[in-house]
Every structure is written in C-alpha cells, then in structure tokens.
Design a protein around this ligand. Structure first.
Ligand code: NAD
Ligand code: MG
Length: 305
C-alpha cells in the first residue's frame, strides 16, 4: 500500500491563484545527505498522489523513468500509470528503496505493471540492463524519460573537484546517450523521448557550474537527436522539460540555503513535482504529435527566452 500523505493532501487547493496553492519559503533548515529521501522533506512534497486524474492519454504504452523513485520522476510515474502506461523506474541508492517501493505501489494501484531497478546510470552496462529488462517485461519501449541527475553547490571554482566535474557529466548527459542509443531499436514509430533539463540551461546559477553546463548540453542533445530520429524516419519525437525550482530531495541534499528555495520566482515559492508531471504527460501523448525538438519550461513564471 502506498504511503499515506501527512501534509499536502493534494486535494483541490482553496485559492485559485496558482502562486498561493502551495507553501512559500522560508522553510525549516533540514539538510540531507545525497541522494536525499522524501520522508525527511519538510514540508512534504506533492506528487499528485491524491489529485492526479488520468484520462487514458497513454493507454497501452510502456515507459522508462530514470530517477522515478522521488521528486519529479515520482510524480511523472504516478501520472503515467494513471494515464494507462506500464512503468519501469530506475534509481540510485539503497536509502531510496522506500521511495522507490512507494512509487511502485502507486503504479500498481493504478492497475499497471511496475518495475524498479537500482544502480548507477553513469555505467553504460547498467543503462543497457535497464533497456534489456524493459524490453523483456514490456516487449517495447514507447516512452523514455531521462530524468535522473546529480548536482552539488560549490561557491568557488577551486572548490570543484575533478571527480565531481566528471561525475556530473557522466550521470547527467553520458547516461542519456547510453540510454537513448540502447532504447532506439526497441521504440516503435509514435514513441517519445523526454529529457529533463533545467532553468539553469538559460540562467546558469554560479554555484552549480558543472550541473548547469550539463543542462545546456541536454538542450542541444535534445534538439539534435530530434532531427536525427525524425529525418531517419524513425517516428520518434524528442523533447525536453525545463523545470524551475521544484521541491524535491535534490534540494535539501545539495542546496545549503534551501530555506529560501523558490523565492526567486514570480510565484515566490518552489513548484511541486505534481505541477511538473503534466508537461511530461502532454509531450509523451499523441496530443503532442507535431512537437519535437522543443523544450517546455515549467518555471513558476521565470522567463526562458
Ligand atoms: P530527485 O532527487 O527526487 O531525483 C533525482 C533522482 O536521480 C534521484 O532520485 C536518484 O535516484 C537519481 N539519480 C541520481 N544519481 C543517479 C545515478 N548516478 N544513477 C541512477 N540514478 C541516479 O530530484 P528531482 O529534483 O526530482 O530531479 C529530477 C530532475 O529534475 C533532474 O534532472 C534535475 O536536474 C531536474 N531539475 C530539478 C529541479 C529542482 O529544482 N528540483 C530544477 C530543474 C531541474
Ligand atoms: Mg530519490
């Protein structure tokens, strides 16, 4: 049975103003170790557990979501299952087992197949394994969501170790290449790849140099892969979602001043994962049939032109 939510019941918000629908900073200071978990979040995040209603937009499709245990990936997994998709989630660490099992429970509650695979996607072999398992269990891959990422805040250039520079690229962009290349032969026409980039691709945060550079690379990779796959007649669309500040375990585990997170948006608050998931549903659905090579910003009003 999926975890009961204690806060944020996710019922229809009383205010019609989107700025007022979720908590605003300041939040309690509650740092976590990387990769962070949902249970230690304060306030708790909303993944649409109580609110997301599917309309069979993804009926009969199967999806892979990296980082599907928590945060944005969890909300996407819940939404996709309620839209009719079977879902494989990938995640990194033993400490995330509980988050992953909670997501699995929500997928199964929606009547869909759920698989969870733990391991490091910076390994090409592990990426191949994810694709092999999905093909064995689902027979095909209709949707690939490249969503997992690593970041760490560093004040000064000299504070960034070489291993961290390399790791950030390995997790955030190398994995995307491994997964897309391995998945493509199993993706029928009408399939879709969606990559998670960031508002950092447009406005790089000086404390997130390697991360922001990978997010810009993801934008370029998305636009280019879109052309390759459509020009070769594969019928696979490739798009990206660029979230602004979203309240997930990534934040208290990597941002020291997370008490004020999200106050730099016109909404004066971070978004919740439940507010990002519909963008992925739309891009994955046949309603987005003519959209490829695009990035959809979900930034609480922060401008990305
Ligand atoms: P999150 O911590 O809930 O999800 C990230 C997931 O990535 C983790 O659950 C972890 O299991 C997985 N992961 C990390 N390193 C991995 C590795 N080496 N191998 C396998 N899995 C690994 O945080 P989130 O905020 O939901 O992040 C999801 C995506 O959203 C990321 O791409 C992030 O860059 C992007 N994003 C987040 C924000 C934000 O403010 N939270 C803003 C813009 C973009
Ligand atoms: Mg997690």
């Amino acid at each position: 049975m999926a975890q009961e939510k204690t806060k944020h019941e996710g019922s229809r918000p009383s205010s019609e103003d989107p700025a007022d629908r979720y908590p605003k900073p300041p939040f309690p200071r509650k740092p976590q170790d990387v990769p962070g978990t949902e249970s230690e979040m304060d306030p708790q995040a909303d993944h649409g557990e109580q609110s997301y209603q599917g309309k069979n937009r993804l009926g009969g499709k199967s999806a892979i979501i990296t980082g599907g245990d928590s945060g944005i990936g969890k909300a996407v997994a819940i939404a996709f299952a309620r839209e009719g998709a079977d879902v494989l989630i990938s995640y990194l660490d033993d400490v995330e087992d509980r988050d992953a099992q909670d997501t699995v429970a929500y997928i199964r509650e929606a009547g869909r197949k759920a698989i969870a695979i733990k391991g490091d996607i910076s390994s090409e072999r592990h990426c191949q394994k994810i694709i092999e398992v999905a093909v064995k269990e689902f027979g095909k891959i209709d949707i690939l969501i490249n969503n997992a990422a690593y970041q760490m805040s560093r004040e000064k250039l000299q504070d960034i170790p070489t291993w961290e520079w390399e790791k950030t690229f390995a997790v955030n962009i190398h994995s995307m290449f491994y997964l897309c290349r391995a998945a493509e032969p199993h993706m029928p026409p009408g399939s879709s790849i969606i990559n998670t980039t960031s508002v950092n691709a447009y406005e790089p945060n000086p404390t997130l140099l390697p991360y922001a550079a990978t997010k810009a690379a993801i934008q370029n990779f998305t636009a280019n892969l879109s052309q390759i796959l459509l020009e070769q007649g594969k019928g696979i669309r490739v798009n990206a979602v660029a979230p602004g500040p979203i309240w997930t375990p990534l934040i208290p585990s990597t941002i020291p001043d997370h008490e004020h997170f999200g106050d730099n948006t016109p909404f004066e608050r971070p978004g919740q994962p439940a507010e990002v998931a519909p963008a992925y549903v739309f891009l994955a659905s046949d309603e987005a049939n003519y959209i490829s090579g695009a990035t959809l910003p979900v930034t609480g009003g922060r401008i990305t032109i």
